[in-house]
Write a protein that binds this ligand. Structure first.
Ligand code: CA
Length: 244
């Protein structure tokens, strides 16, 4: 066992439902802070100190959530995030990016890569725990039902496959989660803000027009030339998955 592998440390008697959080960070002081606070809050923890170890541990442990530092040895947090989204074992795990950078462009890039939320250092442990609870809660209901359908659209969450009729629909991670959200509430109209909350997380700095960009991409993948547009624009309100 490598010395940077400190999985499954338990502060108290382990409860079966304790979620496992993978901490991916190379600064010892921050590792200690995160590890201490998470274990105190009842989480199990595992630690990876570089990008390659992060990908390996995420695949083998299948954690309930990942805290992912942006600047890492061997592979950047962005690259790690991208790789995790590509692998079936980790494509759905909630990822919170941790970074010293605070620029809008970086946040968009991080979230575009498939991160669920974003925390800028320094952050308070309370804020971190609140975000963590939120992303874990948000991803749980989706896991309860493996196959979601609407009209001829079928989303199989376990295989991460989407089909419309006989056609396989290729979706990027964000569009996949956007569609999944719509499929969970067919017919319901969501404002851009609600979609940001549900799909991107509680990230106030993201502009609502980001939603429009991803809606456009989702429609492009979902609607072939002769197929009807099932993502309805509700003027001055938002969007809904609906029969045209
Ligand atoms: Ca770092």
């Amino acid at each position: 066992m490598s010395d940077s592998f400190e999985a499954l440390q338990m502060p108290y008697a382990p409860a079966e439902e304790s979620p496992l959080v993978l901490i991916v960070e190379d600064e010892e002081a921050i590792i200690t802070l995160l590890d201490y606070n998470l274990r105190n809050a009842g989480y199990l923890t595992a630690i990876a100190r570089d990008g390659e170890e992060a990908v390996d541990l995420a695949r083998s442990l299948e954690p309930n959530a990942i805290l992912l530092d942006w600047m890492l040895p061997l592979r950047s947090g962005l690259e790690v995030c991208r790789q995790m989204r590509r692998a079936p074992e980790t494509s759905e795990v909630p990822i919170i990016m941790l970074t010293a950078r605070g620029e809008e462009q970086d946040k968009l890039r991080g979230l575009d890569t498939g991160a669920d939320d974003y925390l800028t250092k320094p952050f308070s442990p309370q804020e971190l725990l609140a975000r963590l609870r939120a992303v874990i809660r948000r991803t749980q209901p989706a896991r309860l039902k493996e196959v979601l359908t609407f009209d001829t659209i079928v989303m199989d969450q376990s295989s991460h496959r989407v089909t419309r009729g006989d056609r396989l629909v290729e979706l990027a991670p964000t569009e996949f989660r956007l569609l999944r959200h719509f499929l969970q509430y067919p017919g319901r109209v969501f404002s851009r803000e609600q979609l940001l909350d549900a799909v991107w997380g509680r990230e106030k700095d993201i502009e609502t027009r980001t939603v429009d960009v991803h809606i456009r991409r989702l429609r492009k993948s979902l609607n072939d030339a002769d197929e009807s547009n099932v993502i309805r624009t509700v003027r001055e309100v938002g969007y809904a998955l609906d029969h045209p």
